[in-house]
Design a binder for this molecule. Structure first.
Ligand code: 0X9
Ligand code: ZN
Length: 431
């Protein structure tokens, strides 16, 4: 973004009196140099403007740079770039003539959620929220990256616990909440983010304090940031599900919820790269699923995992890759009782994942099958495509968070020993 400005500054500061190739006096026609802002770079609240100035020569461009404007585009007679309100005032005070100013949205299009859904968090906004949480309660909250996405974005995790930060090991029982394996399921980022915020806001509450003293609680609200950013590119939705891997056949994306190793390559997961449920070239071929695998593998204290998806209002437990029930009867009773309890809290329907459809390679089958972690998929609101499908709007966010805070607290509490849930209402433990 600042490359051209940096070059101009360098030229200006150079001891050599180089001819200005753009001064209009030479034979050269100045080239039009354009810098495209990356989609993730512009947030709704960005106060900067895109300004075009009269700039017949280098002196004017230099004055603009000195005023703090980042010049990105040079045309015959003019220069344009990003300016904060203060930089714009300085440029005017320096005698520069402003031709036009427009907002970044007007200049670049809406590189974000559509205005009506601005409450949802894009990648940069999510990172800012997580960092502000950590700044508010540094004794309790830490932010770290679990790896990089296909396109090099950090995969952010936020950890809430007393007495350990970042990647420090802990012996406390742990739980992880994850969102947006599937790009278009934006509500599945908002819910874990709001739960994390709620816990921080209520850290003085006796029950929350007890949980954060005795449990190790992680959130990875955006497992697939590349897909998310693509899904909102241009200020409109693209119905994108997969990550942004470049497939051998030229198509884009692997379904991250078909890329985990448990049962990988079996039913309900496509071998065709251009399908929405493409399983990838091999299990854990994708940096995002690999990062989750490594994150989980490095933390044997994790006992519970919740992967938020949308939509249908379901609470799903393994197996998803097969119609068989998990063989451990006590674990099955715990899964069923937990799902049943959380169904009462949410109004969602509890069922085995494969009752929805058999699909191999999902997160929860791997977490349970490989690691013995009590793993649930929540399909959040709405119930159907007719109620908004993947894009139910800003109006549902608070309500869906409210419905999901109790199940989250319930799971955090149970994470010391999820088998506790195997006891039925009469207190009899299933065998
Ligand atoms: O298909 C999925 O990955 C999940 N549904 S979604 O609409 N969010 O894509 C459901 C996963 C449940 N797991 C299995 N059935 N294996
Ligand atoms: Zn999904």
């Amino acid at each position: 973004m600042r490359t051209l400005a940096a070059v101009l500054v360098l030229c200006a500061g150079s001891a050599l009196a180089l001819p200005d190739p753009f001064d209009g006096k030479g034979a050269k026609t100045p080239p039009v140099v354009t810098v495209k802002a990356p989609a993730s770079a512009i947030s709704q609240a960005d106060p900067r403007v895109w300004v075009e100035l009269d700039a017949p020569g280098k002196a004017e461009r230099q004055a603009a740079v000195d005023a703090g404007i980042s010049i990105e585009e040079v045309k015959p007679g003019s220069a344009a770039g990003f300016a904060t309100p203060k930089a714009l005032e300085r440029a005017k005070a320096a005698g520069l003539k402003v031709r036009t100013t427009v907002t970044l949205r007007q200049r670049f299009g809406a590189l974000d959620f559509p205005e009506k859904d601005a409450i949802y968090h894009n990648y940069k906004e999510l990172e800012a929220e997580l960092r502000s949480l950590a700044a508010r309660a540094p004794d309790l909250v830490s932010v770290f990256s679990i790896g990089k996405s296909t396109r090099g974005r950090d995969l952010w995790a936020v950890r809430l616990t007393k007495g350990a930060t970042g990647t420090q090991r802990s012996k406390k029982p742990g739980i992880v909440f994850m969102g947006t394996h599937h790009a278009r399921e934006h509500l599945s980022t908002e819910v874990p983010l709001l739960i994390a915020k709620n816990l921080v806001d209520n850290r003085a509450d006796a029950e929350v304090a007890r949980l954060l003293d005795t449990r190790d609680v992680y959130f990875i609200p955006m497992v697939n940031p590349d897909g998310v950013e693509y899904d909102i590119e241009g200020g409109k939705y693209h119905m994108h599900r997969k990550n942004m891997a470049q497939n051998a056949d030229g198509s884009t994306g692997v379904d991250l919820n078909r890329n985990y190793a448990w049962g990988w390559g079996g039913g309900g997961a496509s071998p065709n790269p251009d399908d929405d449920t493409y399983r990838g070239p091999s299990a854990f071929s994708e940096p995002e699923s690999k990062a989750v695998r490594d994150f989980v593998s490095a933390r044997p204290n994790l006992k519970v995992l919740l992967s938020y998806h949308t939509f249908s209002e379901l609470i799903l437990y393994p197996w998803g890759g097969s119609d068989e029930q998990i063989p451990d009867k006590k674990a099955l009773a715990a899964f069923k009782n937990m799902a049943g309890e959380m169904a009462k809290m949410t109004g969602y329907t509890p069922e085995q994942s494969s009752d929805l459809y058999v699909a191999t390679g999902d997160t929860c089958d791997w977490a349970w099958g490989e690691k013995g972690i009590f793993a649930f998929t929540f399909e959040l609101t709405p119930k159907s495509m007719w109620d908004g499908g993947f894009y139910p709007g800003a109006g549902v966010v608070q309500r869906v968070f409210q419905a999901n805070i109790r199940p989250a607290l319930y799971l955090i509490d149970l994470s010391d020993d999820p088998y506790r849930a195997a006891k039925d209402a009469a207190g009899i433990t299933a065998k």
